[in-house]
Write a protein that binds this ligand. Structure first.
Ligand code: IMP
Length: 416
């Protein structure tokens, strides 16, 4: 039986999954997104052209690849339609699960209103309504994409939802949609999206049964997982490998190779604990050189050093077989670079991730820096100190770094 391989982010997202999935996609027949929504943002550079994808699986840039948006994804039709319009050959190459949930404008409004109300305790969400959409799904008040088949009925159901939640929505300052406009929008969504909506569980199973190569692409990162991340400063889905199973209907026995994506340093967007955050000019330098601004919101990302403790934890949750190490070139020119190898926690030195991660202090190991790795595509050509850095990551995490990225371009990649 052919198994599906997984690409998963092992930090707080934005590890550079887009480049890897895009590179790998050429060797896969099918690329599937399993969770998240348009809070995600994959940036892919091909021949100097930047593509920002939010909902579309990264395989879309390869004409021979089938792309699947799984049941675990929350889909904003407006965003998806705009993204689809960038490509003229999506028909027959893109399939959307009929079980995926609809993310609508009021979800985003609720998200923003709740963040405002939280004040200092805000999560720093992307404001895209991801939490409220998943809340509706779990509360069994959400609407699946399949319901677009009958726009009148769906419109009526949404208007009833508003009626039922009138008091709450009024308090949050969320206006009831104009029914006529809503119906017109839903009809338009149906018209554009209907040819792409199907039972993707069957589609993926069939591909696996036929021995096709299938790649499951996670969004966000493991430390943002709703269960295992830094709750409540997390996203609203399971970002770990297991989320790829539930989000597509692939069982755990059908999971093959798990490629964990790590960045050579750490970043985080939004609030929440981040032990290795660097508030000095080094952090600013990582941000500027690494162009660490959100693909979705444009926010400046918080930056810091590589945290081997949380990466080891996340890799266990994900069942990572090998790492792809991204953006090593961003560390070029630093006199020394730091790796967090343990935490100080309640007077002890620990090498695991406690649930109250905000109470740890990182214990660093300092390594000598190097001049330049940018553009190098052979391991042997790397400066000695860069090799030492990579090998230390391997020692601390127990996982091989099989792929190293030295620039945003596809070609600047070392495969070991
Ligand atoms: P939400 O997913 O919009 O609800 O945001 C919850 C948290 O996850 C916030 O800290 C966001 O910044 C973060 N987040 C959501 N999507 C991404 C992503 O694609 N990359 C990095 N952080 C993300």
């Amino acid at each position: 039986m052919r198994k599906a391989d997984v690409v998963v982010g092992v930090q707080w997202g934005d590890e550079g999954k887009g480049k890897i999935v895009d590179m790998l996609a050429a060797n896969y027949d099918m690329v599937c997104r399993s969770q998240g929504g348009h809070n995600a943002g994959h940036t892919i550079w091909v021949d100097g052209i930047r593509y920002a994808l939010h909902l579309m699986p990264s395989g879309i840039l390869h004409s021979g690849t089938i792309n699947v948006i799984g049941n675990g994804v929350v889909v904003n039709p407006e965003v998806l339609i705009a993204e689809m319009a960038q490509f003229d050959d999506v028909k027959g190459r893109l399939f959307i699960s009929d079980k995926a949930h609809l993310n609508l404008p009021h979800h985003s409004e609720i998200d923003k209103a709740k963040e405002r109300l939280k004040g200092e305790k805000a999560i720093g969400t992307t404001g895209k309504g991801i939490g409220p959409t998943y809340s509706d799904k779990v509360s069994r008040t959400g609407h699946r994409i399949s319901e677009l088949a009958e726009p009148e009925r769906l419109c009526e159901a949404i208007m009833i939802d508003f009626e039922n939640n009138k008091a709450v929505y009024e308090a949050l300052g969320i206006a009831t949609p104009n029914e006529k406009q809503l119906l017109a929008d839903l009809k338009r969504y149906k018209e554009v999206l209907a040819p792409f909506i199907t039972n993707t569980t069957n589609l993926v199973w069939k591909a696996l049964d036929e021995g096709k190569k299938v790649l499951l692409e996670g969004a966000q990162g493991t430390l943002l997982d709703i269960d295992h991340g830094t709750y409540p400063y997390v996203t609203s889905s399971n970002t770990i490998t297991a989320g790829a199973c539930t989000g597509l209907g692939v069982n755990q026995k059908e999971i093959g190779d798990v490629i964990g994506i790590i960045k050579a340093y750490s970043t985080r967007v939004g609030y929440g604990p981040f032990p290795t955050e660097d508030m000095s000019s080094d952090g600013d330098r990582l941000c500027d050189v690494g162009k660490e601004f959100g693909t979705t919101t444009g926010r400046r990302r918080r930056c810091g050093w590589f945290d081997a403790v949380s990466v080891k934890y996340a890799s266990r949750l994900d069942g990572v077989d090998r790492f792809a190490l991204m953006k090593l070139d961003v560390l070029d020119g630093f006199e020394s670079v730091k790796i967090c190898k343990a935490y100080q926690y309640k007077g002890e030195t620990i090498d695991y991730v406690p649930t109250d991660l905000e109470n740890v202090t990182p214990i660093y190991e300092e390594l000598s820096g190097w001049d330049k790795v940018a553009g190098i595509s052979r391991y042997d050509d790397l400066p000695q100190n860069a090799k030492k850095y990579i090998e230390r990551i391997e020692e601390l995490t127990g996982i091989k770094v099989a792929l190293i990225s030295t620039s945003p371009e596809r070609s600047d990649t070392i495969i070991r």
